[in-house]
Structures are given as C-alpha cells and as structure tokens.
Design a protein around this ligand. Structure first.
Ligand SMILES: [Fe+2]
Length: 246
C-alpha cells in the first residue's frame, strides 16, 4: 500500500480540451529560461496535447536586460521550430509566436517604437517584476491600450506586493486589462498565497484567460497532476475562458 502511494502517479486527463488553446509557454528552445532543446520542447508539447490542448501560442520572455530578444529573430526561430514540430507529427497546432513582455526599465523604448508580437485580438501579454513594484506601470499599460493593443496581464496572482483587496487590481479591471492566471497556481505550485489569490480571482470572474506558463518538463509533470485535481477540474468545467476564441 505504501509503495502504491509512493508510486502514485496520475495519467494525463484531457480536461484542458475545454480551453483548446494555451497562450502562455516558453517552449521556443534556448531563447529564455524555458526549454533548452528541441527534444524538451517536443516532449512538453506532446504532454500538452495529451492534456487536451489543440493549439499553442509561444510567448518567450522579452525582458531587459536579462532576455534581450528581438522580434525579427524570434519570428525567424519560430519559422524553423514550426517546421521541426510539423516533422515530428505532433497532435497540437502552433498558432503563432508572441511574447511575454515585462514592463521594466526597457519598456518605454518598446512603446516609443512598437513592434509587439501579438496574438488573437491584438493581445499583448505583459508581466510585472515578480519582486519589486515599479513606478509608472499603469501609465504604460494605458499608453499600450491607446496605441490599439489589448493588454493581458500574465499571472496577476504572482505579484506579492499587490494586495488582492487593495484598489490596484480593481483599477486594472476597470481599465479593461485582461488577466491570465496560471493553472499551476491553483495547485500551489507557486505557494499557498498565489493559490489563494488565483482562486479568488477566478471566483470574481477576473481571469478571462488561463495559461500553463510551461517552461520545461517539470511544469508538464505538474500539469498532469493538476489535470487530476478536483478543484482544477471544477474550475475548468464551471467557467468560460476566452482561450477557446484563440
Ligand atoms: Fe511566463
């Protein structure tokens, strides 16, 4: 019995077929802190397919100065990667390459000469620093919207300096900013506080999108476990998310 418990390992449950598209992952090999090789990316995409996902949007980091990716280079690498994925015959379609743009000290330059890689309805996926608040972030989001982009904030539950019941999140929702909680937050992958915030945000209808934020096989293994989690199953079956429009 003990051995069975110890070896307890779930099979992928294809519940994420209800979402259809995953729109947050770092599986373009060797451009950020995500997948390091083609093989690792293919393995992750295979697992995402087994979890029910039909389409994938890649979102490599654009972050100054850590990941100084350039849009033209990312697009070139994506074209090559798409061919390799097609040759591997995976049961998941690569929709496009976009990015996860950090609003940091390099972001104003991006606003001045916009070249954002978008997806769907001109969506730009942005994130904040995970540790430190930065002045002027809301103004930059507003500027982005004024330039005609729809803004999605990645993993809003992962910013410990923003209080769930303060006015900051509410102001962003009032300003039409979409939120995308991470599925793994729901099972405590990032800690109890992230879990609490993500559950509350979904409960409030704030998280229009869900993402996996897959970086490597550690994430896909955790997603397989999450696909067998009752809370995750309930959330997926009881809510409508905009992923399926992508
Ligand atoms: Fe990410």
């Amino acid at each position: 019995m003990l051995l069975r418990l110890f070896n307890k390992k779930h099979k992928p449950n294809p519940i994420f077929g209800a979402l259809g598209t995953d729109m947050h992952m770092h599986l373009l090999p060797s451009v950020d802190d995500g997948s390091k090789s083609l093989e690792e990316s293919l393995e992750c995409l295979r697992t995402l397919a087994s979890l029910g996902y039909r389409r994938a949007i890649l979102t490599p980091h654009f972050q100054y100065p850590r990941f100084q990716n350039k849009e033209f280079d990312i697009e070139r690498r994506f074209a090559e990667f798409s061919q390799q994925v097609a040759q591997a015959g995976l049961d998941i379609e690569l929709v496009c390459v976009s990015g996860e743009y950090r609003i940091d000290s390099g972001f104003q330059a991006r606003l001045d000469q916009p070249a954002f890689l978008t997806f769907g309805n001109n969506y730009v996926l942005v994130e904040f620093s995970l540790n430190h608040p930065m002045m002027g972030v809301d103004d930059m989001i507003f500027d982005l919207q004024m330039k005609g982009y729809e803004v999605i904030l990645a993993h809003p539950e992962r910013y410990p300096y923003i209080a769930l019941d303060g006015d900051r999140y509410q102001r962003m929702k009032d300003a039409g900013v979409y939120f995308q909680c991470n599925i793994l937050s729901l099972v405590g992958f990032y800690g109890a506080e992230c879990r609490r915030k993500a559950l509350a945000m979904i409960d409030r209808g704030w998280s229009e999108f869900l993402g996996t934020d897959t970086h490597n096989t550690m994430y896909t293994r955790a997603l397989v476990e999450a696909s067998n989690d009752r809370t995750v199953q309930r959330i997926i079956s009881h809510n409508q998310f905009m992923n399926k429009e992508l």
